[in-house]
Design a protein. Structure first.
Length: 174
């Protein structure tokens, strides 16, 4: 089983010491078709960085447990952890601050406005019944921008757009 998983995720050229990395087995076909070769050191550094960030862990195996995450013994791939959530929230908030700093001042922005956290109202977010995981926490804790458009065709999440995303059709959500 381990050999099979390794051959589905890596290709290594012993002469050039280059390899192709597929972080998950679901990306393998596309990645192997592109044939982007990396030095072995790069591949190893990638995996070490994933371990340091907590993206890959080796929790004890529990018999008869239905694992939520991908598990390839002894490794388990964790979709996110608190550190990753904080990094993404901080990056988004820095992006918002950077864009707002470049915006021309308007009459409404001459006063220093207090930052509002949560891309949508908390009551709206709770009504969606999203599981309280990465997306829920990200939407709840990021700073709401003073602008609506990030780029052509790319808008900041709004209350109504959130319901379109999660497919909520209840009357009180709209």
């Amino acid at each position: 089983m381990i050999h099979n998983e390794l051959t589905r995720r890596y290709r290594y050229d012993q002469e050039t010491h280059l390899c192709i990395i597929s972080p998950t087995i679901y990306d393998t076909d596309i990645i192997f078709e592109q044939e982007v070769w990396y030095p072995l050191e790069t591949a190893l550094e990638f995996w070490l960085s994933q371990i340091r960030k907590g993206r890959i862990a080796t929790p004890p195996k529990v018999p008869h447990k239905n694992y939520v995450y991908e598990r390839f013994d002894p490794w388990e791939f964790i979709p996110y952890n608190d550190t990753m959530l904080e990094e993404n929230i901080d990056a988004f908030n820095r992006l918002v601050e950077s864009i707002e700093a470049r915006m021309p001042p308007t009459a409404s922005t001459t006063e220093v406005a207090e930052a509002v956290h949560g891309l949508v109202d908390s009551s709206v977010l709770q009504a969606t019944e999203l599981p309280q995981r990465f997306a829920y926490e990200f939407v709840r804790r990021t700073r709401r921008p003073r602008f609506q458009m990030i780029a052509p065709g790319l808008e900041v999440l709004t209350d109504s757009a959130l319901f379109d995303q999660v497919g909520c059709d209840c009357a009180e959500c709209i």
